[in-house]
Design a protein around this ligand. Sequence first.
Ligand code: PLP
Length: 262
Amino acid sequence: MSAFNVMSVAGSDPSGGAGIQADLKAFSAHGVFGMSVITALTAQSTRGVADVHGIPAGFVTRQLDTLLEDATVHAVKVGMLGTAEVTEAVASAIDRHGLTDVVVDPVMVAKSGDRLLEESATEALRTVLLPRAGLITPNLPEAADLLGVEEASDLAGMHEQAAELLKLGPRAVLLKGGHLDSGHSTDVLVAEGVPAVELTGPRVATHNTHGTGCTLSSAIAALLPQSPDTATAVRGAKDYLTAALRRAEDIDAGGGQGPVHH
Ligand code: PLP
């Protein structure tokens, strides 16, 4: 049997730590064949995002349709979208091509503080894309933004917000607790009709955390077609991210916040 094809729909990060570049590395590390549709170019280094050059929605559609009319894609990771128009274009391609295993990382603001999704596009993300997702992977600030509430400050609050996010329509929600101040990083996975699962990993002491969200969501997309269920794929992806964080000190990619090392 040939390898699974997994597609990333995301922005480019020239520094190689996040975006399409991180996704393709994570796909290769998990033995799947990576494909990519680029939604935006960034001018970026470890010091932050200097500029964003969005790809017009019509050309994002053209990339998606050209690829998907030819290739079978077994899972999809959606990352940076930039604008409401691109968000809507991706949502309509999901319907047109019957894509099911779609992992949406609701990318809004980079760790450097730079916006990667126009503020006015949050509504399209919430109402048009999230209902079409198989799994969404928000961190605590993204969850708060999507729900219009304060950030959860403990595990009980995370369970409540994960359940609220599920009501927005995705089949499953992985709410990432890495922003909580604790010795561990605990994420909450919820899906309709099954008990919530808490996934705990060690907190790795490194400043080099650029690209953690991209890496986790793309590793999940790579593992989904190879796993018996979503929780198994998420567990495997979390272990991979822990190892990539531990290796982060091996590389010197610039003077700012370094990337995780695939
Ligand atoms: N650049 C691109 C293209 C991204 O998709 C992302 C995150 O999803 C980032 C930068 C920011 O990554 P981080 O917040 O991990 O530094």
